[in-house]
Ligand binder design. Structure first.
Ligand code: ADP
Ligand code: ZN
Ligand code: MG
Length: 467
């Protein structure tokens, strides 16, 4: 049995103002119903005006996905009643979408996959219902926030692949500066269609609406895949229905059957002129495109000598890639920068911004390189600098962590350790070269890890070798 999945994805575009009016899109933090006007509240006679920036962000996505941007697209009204939709219709693009075709490539367990895009269009968001103990409240701030809807072809082969597709799409959207695409905040939402076929032809699909985390996408699809498989193996047939997903219970919730399918009475939006994307405009958008993540990944491998895996980890968030690149330039050593960023800084990186500034990390990297502090101690300093926000070298000074590199002092230390460890000295003279490591270790312990281990081992060799 073969599983086939197609996704319909809504992405909130990171514009300052809404799709058809100048109200702010900052609905996440503003008090309810403060970001509205006659246009987004659907007052009679109010006229929408298309937001150019929203179109340009959508064009970026089209170009990045290699979709064909339509020179002519048009807005339609999708009519339905819901308390969070004061106009009684949503302005969307149905018959003539902004772009068609295209594809997104990504990896699943190391295997390359490509999913074709069917079409991409612009539309406005609805408001929000907030359910309370004794009813529901409505917040219209989100009404008219710009969205793009991306519809894939039914090319996805498993729930896990659906999740990886979405992850890659989110990464792309963030690199393009088009959307923060945070699923938890509803900036990226997914409806998933799935069918299981027994004969190689496309089976009857069901739809799972409003999935709002990567985990939910994978789990809900896996549950529905399982249900359809069982149904079909028992000789039954799949009915075309729509589900919701209860993440808490881990269960599909039946929302409507085919008989209840909506009729939205689409018709062309009479208050908007068709959208014409001239070749010049499209080329202008193309010229202003940021570097695509897969191009940047290749460049990091080529230019900085990173492994594809390391570059991939940095690419997951554009802020990480930017940070690494800034540190690599500032400290002049991509290897050092990669080592510190990937195995240290990322462990502390919790939100959008780096836990320590480029300057502070560079200062620390240089101190290690110049032998002012040991690598082990530097890691502790980093932790403290991140926890307290203080300058690394200030911490080094205060905690007396600067490296003991003074020749004289190291020599004195070595003599002391030799006196205290006659057994190891004997071993060394008997040919056990490893004993040097033990002696160095003892000396390090005495200094709290502050001694320059390389120099110390040279000094031990010199003293013991010459006796
Ligand atoms: P509908 O008319 O029900 O909205 P569409 O043909 O517009 O269906 O497709 C909606 C989404 O469902 C697309 O992402 C598409 O790839 C996917 N899809 C279509 N047919 C199937 C199928 N048989 N199995 C899985 N997904 C499908
Ligand atoms: Zn408004
Ligand atoms: Mg459809």
């Amino acid at each position: 049995m073969r599983t086939v999945i197609g996704l319909e994805i809504h992405v909130q575009l990171a514009t300052k103002t809404k799709l058809f009016c100048s109200c702010s899109t900052d609905y996440f933090t503003a008090p309810p119903n403060t970001l509205t006007c006659p246009v987004c509240l659907g007052m009679p006679g109010a006229l929408p005006v298309l937001n150019k920036k929203a179109v340009e962000l959508a064009l970026r996505v089209s170009l990045a996905l290699n979709a064909r941007v339509q020179e002519f697209s048009r807005f339609d009204r999708k009519n339905y009643f819901y308390p969070d939709l004061p106009k009684g219709y949503q302005i969307t693009q149905r018959e003539y979408p902004l772009a068609v075709g295209g594809a997104l490539s990504f990896r699943v367990d190391g295997e390359a996959r490509t999913v074709r895009i069917r079409e991409m269009h612009l539309e406005e968001d609805a408001g929000k219902l907030i359910h309370t103990g004794d009813g529901a409240l409505v917040d219209m701030n989100r009404c008219g926030v710009p969205l793009i809807e991306i519809v894939t072809e039914p090319d996805i082969q498993s729930p896990k692949e659906a999740r990886e597709f979405l992850r890659t799409l989110r990464m792309l959207l963030r690199h393009l500066g088009v959307s923060n695409a945070d699923m938890e905040k509803g900036e990226l939402r997914c409806d998933a269609n799935i069918s299981v076929s027994t004969d190689g032809k496309l089976g009857t699909k069901t739809e799972i609406k409003n999935l709002n985390s990567f985990r939910a996408v994978e789990r809900a699809l896996a549950a529905e895949e399982e249900r359809q498989r069982e149904l079909l193996s028992g000789g039954g047939t799949v009915e075309q229905v729509t589900f919701g997903w209860d993440e808490h219970a881990g269960k599909l919730v039946l929302q409507r059957s085919k008989e209840e399918a909506h009729d939205y009475r689409y018709f062309p939006e009479p208050d908007l002129v068709p959208l014409v994307v001239s070749r010049e405009w499209l080329e202008q958008v193309r010229a202003g495109m940021p570097e695509l993540p897969w191009e940047r990944e290749e460049r990091f491998v080529r230019e900085y000598g990173l492994s594809p895996k390391e570059a991939g980890v940095l690419m997951e968030e554009p802020a990480r890639a930017d940070y690494f690149e800034a540190v690599a330039r500032a400290c002049g050593s991509p290897q050092d920068a990669a080592g510190w960023v990937l195995s240290e800084v990322l462990r502390y990186w919790k939100d959008d911004s780096p836990p320590i500034s480029v300057e502070a990390l560079t200062e620390l990297i240089e101190a290690v390189r110049e032998g002012k502090i040991s690598r082990t101690n530097a890691k502790e300093v980093l932790e403290e600098a991140i926890a307290t926000g203080r300058a690394p070298m200030e911490i080094v000074e205060e905690r007396g962590l600067s490296l003991l590199a003074d020749e004289e002092e190291l020599r004195r230390l070595a003599q002391e350790v030799i006196r205290e460890n006659p057994k190891a000295v004997e071993d060394f003279r008997a040919g056990k070269k490893g004993a040097i490591g033990f002696l160095v270790g003892q000396a390090m312990r005495k200094t709290g890890g502050r001694a320059d281990a390389k120099k110390l081992s040279e000094i031990f060799l010199e003293i013991l070798g010459s006796n």
